[in-house]
Write a protein that binds this ligand. Structure first.
Ligand code: SF4
Length: 305
């Protein structure tokens, strides 16, 4: 499957052309809420997983199609900063187009000077921080054993001072896990000295890795927003307008027809549609919230029916 997907409607970035530079579920975390399922390769080792020439060649072709794109976004099957060539890729994209480049990262490698240097040319970096205590960090993010929350916070803080682009911090809230007043106040204290343009509150709206990871209500998100202050916003749902603009053909209908015949996994649906799992999960999330499809677990695998 192609490493470039979309443009897909993104709640925050408008029409986002995704670039996936990591093998499926290779990450420094194994978050309970991960929409891609459990991490199969938990690592902190940076590698040339996918070569920058390959990505840049493919991107050049996609850009020639002249589609409307608001952001070129590094996101996908795992933590993008694990790819050793991300800096080279960003530099190559900046030479090719004026479309802004965004990097969605869990921020765990930002303490490394080389990772910081690699991201300096991006226009927008969105690190996430879901906890500020070791206990909550281990419970929600299930990090690689060598990572500590203190190190992650220090890394984001240093990066925020050196980076000249926009920096939005994402906090993913999981009901009963990191949404208490105590947890939120700990995060508030930890981010005080970070130079952030925005703090974005998000919650579980797509099928999570663990069934027990549940989303917060709007009222609870509002309560937490008021604790975190002015720079904080709740990431709103996909607007109808954006959905109409970006949805190709009738993917929702096709997914419904497919799962009517037999229960299917995310990987099966993606490969039948020839679309990246990150793109398909957005449609599945919407269909699930509308009550049109349901999840079923069978032998530890998740099926949609
Ligand atoms: S949510 Fe992001 S950081 Fe967490 S396990 Fe999934 S890919 Fe990794």
């Amino acid at each position: 499957m192609s490493q470039i997907f979309g443009p897909v409607p993104s709640r925050r970035l408008g029409l986002s052309l995704g670039i996936d530079i990591i093998p499926f579920k290779t990450c420094t975390f194994d978050c309970v809420y991960c929409q891609l399922g459990r991490t199969t390769n938990k690592t902190i080792q940076r590698k040339k997983y996918i070569a920058s020439e390959e990505i840049l060649r493919e991107l050049e072709k996609v850009l020639r199609e002249g589609k409307k794109i608001d952001y070129i976004t590094f996101s996908g099957s795992g933590e993008p900063t694990l790819n050793l060539e991300i800096g080279e890729m960003i530099a190559g994209i900046k030479k090719m187009t004026s479309i802004p480049v965004a990097v969605l990262t869990n921020g765990t490698l930002l303490h490394q000077p080389q990772v910081q240097a690699d991201l300096l040319e991006a226009d927008l970096v969105v690190p996430s921080l879901d906890a500020a205590s070791e206990e909550v960090f281990r419970r929600v993010n299930r990090p690689h054993s060598s990572l500590t929350i203190g190190g992650v916070i220090r890394g984001i803080k240093t990066f925020s001072r050196n980076f000249k682009g926009k920096l939005w911090l994402e906090i993913m809230l999981v009901k009963g896990m990191n949404d208490s007043e105590k947890s939120v106040n700990q995060i508030k204290k930890a981010i005080k000295e970070m130079r952030l343009d925005k703090i974005q509150l998000n919650t579980v709206v797509r099928p999570p890795a663990e069934e027990f990871a549940q989303g917060l209500s709007w009222q609870d998100l509002e309560r937490i927003k008021s604790i975190l202050g002015k720079r904080c916003e709740i990431v709103t749902e996909l607007s109808k307008k954006l959905k109409q603009r970006a949805y190709k053909g009738d993917i929702e209908k096709t997914i419904l027809t497919m799962v009517k015949r037999r229960p299917l996994t995310l990987a099966e649906i993606s490969s039948s549609l020839g679309l990246h799992q990150n793109e398909v999960i957005k449609y599945i999330g919407l269909l699930e919230r509308e009550g049109q499809i349901k999840r079923q677990i069978y032998r530890e695998k998740r099926y949609y029916c």
